[in-house]
Design a protein around this ligand. Structure first.
Ligand SMILES: Nc1ncnc2c1ncn2[C@@H]1O[C@H](COP(=O)(O)OP(=O)(O)O)[C@@H](O)[C@H]1O
Ligand SMILES: [Mg+2]
Length: 213
């Protein structure tokens, strides 16, 4: 479904090279690495937001960075679900309005049982700025799942959560993938979280390596 070939990228210095990755429906993969190793950068490359210096990213056999802007916008709207490290919720809106916006854009319905499961039902009418970091993170997860994406890209989706809530969020994401034939690519520095995934990759010494789990 998603395939990265021979990706190389640098900013002031080389971040990584020779990165290959293939993701099939229902795959759940974690990318682990120390801070500054380039995890977020790699996720931006895979999710159509940053063209790599060299190498290609294919989604359904089409090279992402050769697509017309219109096609790319459609993929981002309907097929990709991105949970950014720093939420990017609409700050002047309530939690519910943020989730409604996603539903309207993608032409889907809100699943209220999901909001209950994520523990945000009681705060749904609050402005998102009044929510804790962990609550905002769970609103981001609800917003992305409401779009019914084919691939979820998540950058430290449990970074602001205690262990119990972190595992619950991961369970919700896994269940969504299993029930919807979707895949999940998560970046995390948390080994306990990573251990729950089918496959773990390490971003280390400027390479991406598969580690047996
Ligand atoms: N847009 C950018 N311009 C210049 N340097 C950047 C940019 N984005 C990230 N970097 C640098 O690239 C390195 C890796 O960043 P990042 O991908 O955020 O790592 P991680 O998510 O693993 O902590 C850092 O040194 C960071 O400062
Ligand atoms: Mg990061």
């Amino acid at each position: 479904m998603l395939k990265a070939e021979n990706i190389r990228h640098s900013f002031d210095y080389l971040l990584f090279e020779n990165v290959d990755l293939e993701i099939k429906p229902k795959d759940k993969i974690a990318i682990v690495g120390s801070s500054g190793s380039g995890k977020s950068t790699l996720l931006h490359i895979l999710s159509s937001f940053l063209k790599p210096q060299s190498g290609n990213v294919y989604y359904k056999d089409k090279e992402l960075y050769s697509l017309k802007e219109k096609e790319l916008i459609a993929i981002r709207r309907y097929d990709f679900g991105i949970i950014f490290q720093f939420h990017y919720l609409f700050n002047t809106f309530t939690a519910l309005e943020n989730i409604q916006a996603a539903a309207i854009l993608a032409g889907t319905e809100i699943d209220y049982s999901l909001l209950e499961r994520l523990g945000i039902k009681d705060v749904i009418n609050q402005n998102v700025q009044t929510l804790s970091g962990g609550q905002q993170q769970r609103v981001s997860v609800a917003r992305v799942l409401t779009k019914k994406p084919k691939i979820i890209f998540a950058d430290e989706p449990t970074g602001n959560l205690d262990k119990e809530n972190a595992f619950e969020v991961i369970d919700v994401l896994f269940e969504y993938c299993d029930n919807n034939n979707a895949s999940l690519i998560t970046v995390t520095h948390d080994i306990e979280i990573a251990a729950k995934f089918d496959k773990i990759y390490y971003l280390k010494d400027k390479r991406l390596m598969l580690v047996d789990n």
